[in-house]
Every structure is written in C-alpha cells, then in structure tokens.
Design a protein around this ligand. Structure first.
Ligand code: OSB
Ligand code: MG
Length: 372
C-alpha cells in the first residue's frame, strides 16, 4: 500500500546533443515534465511524462499533461491508500484519454511502492533479466550517406538493432543504403511514425527486399484496420507503436492481424499496469514485444529499463545510454551500454536504481507546482 502525500510537477529544459527528426516533426531543445511523489514518511520517487511539447506523436503535450495532472489526476491519488496496481483503474474511471499524463502519475506510484518495499522497480514489476539488449533509433538524415555513417558508428559501439526513421521520399533508398553498408546479418528496422497511406502499399512492399526485422507504424496513428490490410500485402512484420494505446487496442491488433510485434511504451498506454497486461497478452499469443523510447531523460529511461527486464521483451529496446542524447543527464550514474549493446538493470537498488541530481534539476527547472 502507498499513500501519496504530495506531488510536485516540474518543467525542465534539456537540449538534445543534436536534433532528432521523425516524419512528423523535429525535437531539439526539449521541455520535459517531471514528477516528484512524496509519501507521508518523506520517501521520494521521480517519474517523467513522455509527452512532447507539440502534438506530433500523439494528441498530448506537456502542457495538456500539466493541466490533466493538476486538475483531475493528482486528486485521485493524493491522500488515497491504494496499491500501485489500483492506480490505473483509479485514474481511468470517468477520465478519458490523457494516457501520458496518467502514466507519469501511475509510474511514480509504482516507483514509490518499490521504495517502500525496499525492492528495485524491475523486481516490483516482475522483471527477470539483469541486463537488457539495446538498439538505436536514428532520426531522418539529410541523405543516405549521412544515415549510413550513423548506422555504421552505432553498430561499432555495440548496438544490437538499427532502427531508421523513414518518410515518403526518404525510404527505400535510405534503407537500401543501410542494409548494403551493414551486411545481411544485422537487425535493421524502419519506423515511419504514421507517414504513409494504405495507397502507398506498393512503395512500402519494396522494403520487403531488405529483410527488415519489422516496419513500425507505417499507417495512421490510431489505425488498426488498414494496417491489417497492409500486413497481408507485405512480408515484413508490422510492429505497432502509436496505435497501441491500451490493452484493448492490443487485443484488437491480434484479432484483426494488424501487426505481429508490439512496441510497448509505458507512457503511451497509461503506465505499468497496462504495459504488463499487454506484455502478458502478447506472450500468450507468441507476439514478441520490445520497449520503445521517447527521448527520455535518465528518469524516464530508468522506468523503461525496469519494464524491459520482463521476459517477453524479446527484441532490443530503444534504450540508448544517456550520452547519446545529452551532454549531461540528470541522474547518477548516467545510463551506459557495454560493448555488447547491453544495459544493466539496477536490480540491487531500491526504486528506480539511479539517483536524481536535484541541484542540476533545480538549475534546469523553469516552473514548479506543488500539490498536496
Ligand atoms: O516512434 O519510437 C518512436 C522518438 C520520438 C518520437 C517517436 C519515436 C522516437 C524514437 C526514439 O524512436 C527512441 C529513443 O531513443 O528514445
Ligand atoms: Mg515508433
């Protein structure tokens, strides 16, 4: 049982080392929403909201999340005695949408519960691995040669999966160049972030020639039906990201055949309880899952790494180490990856397993609001 006494919201500014471009926009100087959850004994757990500053990935933004948490969500947990397993339903009841806002609160509750029990978040969630396999997600580049340079460098430092962002006009030529440069044995995939229409099926099917381990979210961000049609026209497995916003949507994907792999981002599905349910459903149906990323700071990354230690996370996650994104992260130790592309799961520390550098976070904070 936990009883949250106080939630503080903070907005920090943290600049990416270089801009990250997806088909629907570019991110560079990030505005990140962090939560500090305190219980009556003064235990403090941190969480991160994965919403971006503009609605280019989902409808939420950091400003809508701030509104949702302060107006509707925080009052559902502050002063309430409940288990972390109860929080998902408490936040879902009569409040539609706002999954990323809900997830930030819910995941903070799990982290607080882990601290209270003296367990690592990974153990609390049922994670079994002590290291997780990591891939890199490469943003859209100016030309295929620039992408090849980045892909080759990534492989050389140990990444076990190379994901390249694509969009119409920057697809077959880019993927072909990467496959040619890396050779046949390397795990390569493409992520379109909903940039295509079903009428582009012939163009997308050209990617079948490159033996990709999957293509992520080619069609609409809330689509399942057209993805099912497309999957029947392509050999490459479709992986859904944006479309899987809940356990129900994962069930729909299985029923319709909209894809064969699921990217689980706990922020997108409303938190850990939904993530675990989707993980278990997929496991039962022999559908592998992997953990996606949202260019998180070291706090959000800690939550993702803990989740990725569950057994059906069978494919490398987008769990790059801190130094890929930031000159300096806001946690100690920073997240690192070994030469085999593995990130250690801090199962030996209670809670999220890294220490938040509060002085640095204070320096980066542009607004803070405390709710009791
Ligand atoms: O679709 O997975 C995505 C980044 C921003 C928005 C959407 C996505 C991504 C990534 C980056 O692929 C993953 C990461 O390194 O955090
Ligand atoms: Mg994606």
């Amino acid at each position: 049982m936990i009883r949250v006494a106080e939630i503080a919201l903070r907005e920090i500014r943290l600049s990416l080392k270089e801009p990250f471009r997806i088909s629907s926009g570019v991110m560079s100087d990030r505005r990140i929403l962090l939560l500090e959850l305190r219980d009556a004994d003064g235990s403090l757990a941190w969480s991160e909201c994965v919403a971006f500053q503009e609605p280019i990935y989902s409808g939420e933004t950091i400003d809508t999340a701030w509104l949702a948490i302060t107006s509707w969500l925080a009052p559902r947990v502050i002063g309430v005695v409940q288990t972390p397993q109860d929080v998902h339903a408490a936040l879902a009841h009569e409040i539609r949408g706002h999954h990323m806002a809900k997830a930030a609160v819910e995941m903070g509750c799990w982290a607080l519960a882990a601290l209270r029990d003296g367990k690592s978040l990974a153990e609390m969630l049922g994670g079994t691995r002590d290291r997780v396999v990591t891939g890199i997600s490469l943003g859209i580049q100016a030309n295929p040669a620039a992408l090849v340079t980045r892909a080759t460098d990534a492989l050389a430092v140990g990444y076990r999966k190379i994901k390249v962002k694509i969009m119409p006009g920057k697809d077959v030529e880019y993927v072909a160049a990467v496959r040619e440069a890396l050779g046949p044995g390397i795990s390569i995939m493409a992520d379109a972030n909903s940039a295509y229409k079903l009428s582009d099926a012939d163009q997308l099917a050209k990617l079948d020639a490159f033996n990709l381990i999957m293509i992520e979210q080619p069609l609409g961000d809330d689509d399942l039906v057209r993805h099912a049609v497309l999957q029947r026209k392509m050999r490459t497995p479709i992986c859904l990201d944006e479309s899987i916003t809940s356990l129900d949507r994962a069930e729909d994907m299985l029923a319709l055949g909209s894809g064969r792999i699921v990217n689980i981002k706990p922020g997108r599905v409303g938190g850990f309880t939904a993530s675990k349910a989707i993980h278990d459903l997929c496991e039962k149906n022999n559908v592998p899952v992997w953990c996606g990323g949202m260019l998180e700071s070291g706090i959000g990354r800690a939550h993702n790494v803990a989740l990725a230690s569950l057994p059906n996370f069978k494919l490398p996650g987008d769990l790059s180490p801190s130094a890929r994104y930031w000159e300096r992260d806001i946690v100690t130790p920073e997240w690192t990856m070994d030469a085999d592309g593995m990130v250690r799961v801090p199962r030996d520390c209670p809670g999220i397993g890294v220490t938040v550098d509060v002085d640095r976070v204070d320096d980066l904070t542009v607004r803070r609001q405390v709710l009791k």
